[in-house]
Design a protein around this ligand. Structure first.
Ligand code: NAP
Length: 369
């Protein structure tokens, strides 16, 4: 494993939480919140910046501490700075529980930092509560400080957590004229290799992938997460089929012992089936934290119409298909004002990226009034 590059000491920003929030946006959305952390010295100079990279990865505080230690190992002046005179600024209250990583409260105590400032309280029961432990141990704790950019990082994640359902990501691969398939149903491949590689990265994050019976019949997908050379990754999402029809004989998914088939058109029935499933899910735990809707158009339309999609990755290829199959079907939109408008998602490299010849839009639902 390569050591993280030490973070060069930088002058004090007006608000270290601004820097922490910007770092957090480099992470990925999903079952875990976006979190960023900054360690500052006694003069306010920034000594290290860290962020959380998604489930199973170190939390932002642990990432910042690793970078801070690496910087101290290489710089005598930094090594001479008393940790007790340093402050951890973090966008979300440090956790106090052991999941796939250890409690951040203990990591901060172990490092001997004298002060912690956090922007937003973590009210997730056993997973929150790190501030109280730190304060009991004599750390100067300030928070929640109420920082708008930090709150915005976790607003959607909190909403999903409070609703007791998984984070739902939707994919669609479309032509420039908005088709998900040509008139004869062929859709492989509308987008190029770079888009498909990104789509596999997203598959690797999730617990389960939902497709409709129409997509199974047309494409016979395997729904596995694969690496750059096409090999299956060790951890695989559970395939979920939505629709009343049986699988076609010999379908690739028929061999999957973990296949879940929900014979309903209602996305809530899919969520209820997944909630009742005992697990364990591929990324651990007894409930799916992250679900991917891969289409096709009717299933995607149903999830969008139900207001159950938390982010969209729309891969758009410079290709015109003329009469074909619109990427989203069945939305009850009769006039412009009824359209579902989406907002740019600033995380993961920003809302618009080029992937080879394609353009990737990363979108968030617009806030409801
Ligand atoms: N470009 C892309 O990103 C992409 C992705 C996936 C698929 N595709 C293409 O899409 C085409 C298939 O389109 P499709 O619309 O048939 O795919 P689909 O949405 O996967 O399947 C539609 C079928 O799913 C069932 N279903 C489940 N929930 C439904 C709901 N709420 N509303 C309506 N039907 C529901 C129905 O079948 P039952 O009778 O079984 O209930 C329906 O006929 C293929 O050509 C495929 O290549 C493209």
């Amino acid at each position: 494993m390569s050591l993280p590059q030490p973070c060069p000491t930088t002058p004090s920003p007006a608000e270290p939480l601004d820097l922490a929030a910007a770092a957090a946006l480099e992470g990925v959305r999903g079952a875990n919140p976006l979190v960023g952390a900054v360690i500052s010295g006694p003069d306010g100079a920034v000594l290290a910046v860290g962020h959380h990279r998604g489930r199973g990865a170190p939390h932002a505080e642990a990432d910042a501490l690793t970078r801070w230690r690496a910087a101290r190992a290489q710089d005598r002046a930094l090594a001479a700075v008393d940790p007790a005179a340093c402050t951890m600024h973090v966008t979300l209250e440090p956790c106090d529980h052991t999941g796939t990583t250890g409690p951040c409260s203990l990591a901060i105590l172990d490092a001997g930092l004298g002060a912690v400032r956090y922007a937003v309280a973590d009210a997730t029961g056993a997973e929150g509560g790190g501030a109280a432990r730190l304060a009991r141990a004599g750390v100067r704790v300030t928070g929640p400080t109420g920082h708008a950019a930090s709150a915005a990082l976790t607003d959607r994640w909190r909403h999903v957590r409070d609703a007791g359902r998984p984070w739902v990501t939707a994919h669609l691969a479309q032509s420039l004229d908005g088709q998900a398939a040509a008139a004869d149903g062929t859709s492989r491949w509308i987008t190029g290799p770079a888009s498909r590689a990104h789509a596999h990265e997203v598959r690797a994050r999730v617990d389960a992938i939902v497709v409709g019976t129409g997509t199974v019949a047309a494409d016979d997908p395997r729904l596995t997460a694969r690496d750059a050379v096409g090999a299956d990754l060790t951890v695989q999402p559970v395939p979920v089929i939505q629709g009343r029809r049986d699988l076609p004989a010999g379908a690739a998914l028929a061999d999957r012992a973990d296949l879940i088939h929900v014979r309903s058109h209602d996305p809530h029935a899919v969520l209820a089936t997944l909630a009742a499933h005992p697990g364990p899910w591929p990324h651990g735990g007894s409930r799916p934290g992250h679900l991917l809707i891969e289409g096709g158009p009717h299933v995607l339309g149903a999830w969008l119409a139900a207001g159950l999609v938390d982010e969209v990755f729309a891969y758009t290829a410079p290709l015109l298909l003329g009469p074909g199959l619109p990427a989203v079907a069945g939305l009850p939109v009769g006039t412009l004002a009824e359209g579902l408008r989406w907002a740019p998602d600033p995380s993961e490299g920003g809302p618009v990226r080029t992937l080879g010849d394609d353009v990737l839009f990363h979108l968030a639902p617009t806030a409801k009034d």
